[in-house]
Write a protein that binds this ligand. Sequence first.
Ligand SMILES: *Cc1c(COP(=O)(O)O)cnc(C)c1O
Length: 457
Amino acid sequence: MKLDYTQLVQWDKDYVWHPFTQMQMWNADDPLIIERGEGSYLVDVLGNRYLDGISSLWVTVHGHAHPVLTQAIKDQVDKIAHTTLLGLANVPSIQLAKMLVAITPPGLNKVFYSDAGATSVEIALKIAFQYWQQQTDPQGRQKKKFISLEEAYHGDTVGAVSVGGMDLFHATYRDLLFEGYRVPTPYCYRCPLGREHDKCNLACVQVVEDIMAEHHQEIAGMIVEPLVQGAAGMLMAPEGYLRKIRELCTTYNILLIADEVAVGFGRTGTMFACEQEGVSPDIMCIAKGMTGGYLPLAATLTTETIFQAFLGEHRECKTFFHGHTYTGNPVGCAVALANIEVMEQTRLIQHVQHSAQILSSELEKFKFLRHVGDIRQKGLMVGIELVKDKYTKEPYPWEENIGHQVILEARKHGLIIRPLGNVIVLMPILTMSEEQLQRVVSITYQAIKTVTERDRQ
Ligand SMILES: *Cc1c(COP(=O)(O)O)cnc(C)c1O
């Protein structure tokens, strides 16, 4: 059956409310409607093909419609699509938990499932909070607050927003949120402390230490996005930052929560970003790439010590009273397991490291563009920050919506990307070939040049 594009557009406008979208703007335009995917490509209902330069919002690992992943889903659905983890166990959730414990940093050995990055964060916060409440030491029970980073993004549920720091997304809800401590973002291009990169001796870590030294008695945990603050605009922490934070958390008896939702599963060139600094967090959140981008599934991993604090007699009520209806969904777990197996069989991490080098040299030429202020890259995560004035670093005004203009231009040439404000984000699918990567880069380059140098031509 041929899909009627005009009809679908009308129904989309009539019935669908899109996320993070000003619907008045949306409805003024005709949307691109995706019908299927093939490897690194998205295909719309009119048959147009586009390179998927954002991995379908940072999730796709092996490409779309991968036969092994698709088969894993089919096989599991033939057995059972859903059964609950409340009071029962299921086969794929057991196998996957064992696998996750094996591939995550040492010390993490319990897996609590949920279905989105945000829920994995809610769970991490509640576990950390309850962990301290269940200490026999009354001092421990004072530990109720969290440290988070300015510009942090941990998802859109109320708890996750409470530890979020992006005013654009979060300011509206302030009265709804719980309070905590905020520390400066390691954003070296625009250092919030006004320091110069490489000469600062990690001054932003000193701020963390000062807060911990003064308030550790009331701090339960610190949550960070290891190496890269994604949604903030691909802000990359300087080397040693995460390791230092780990040391401080240990010193001051504060739980370190690593939100690996964006950076996990090979994205930064190692299976998990924490590995690059030899860090084992106390709690780790994973989601996005976990199922290779096939189904919504997330997990929160914890250490044995944390898990032990929840053990007790029925009457003690030390249970973790939390769960979601689809917790441990067997189809999600089955495809996640297939995703990890294929990653290992194809030595995907090595491929990512190689691709990251190619990408890095391809990105060199962007430095010479008049309106590119900063180019940030970690593995296959890239942020290209556009500025009105390269020398003063003056940002483009919000109203100009420059990022959006650039991605629309790129789309005309067959590339789907999505900006974060004035930052052009590239999140290529991890299996992309050298040729495809080069195409992603060259279309992006041309689109930036066309849009930002338009009035000069
Ligand atoms: C995307 C993201 C989340 C939220 O994940 P959802 O699945 O959208 O709820 C949390 N943390 C980080 C670092 C993310 O990038």
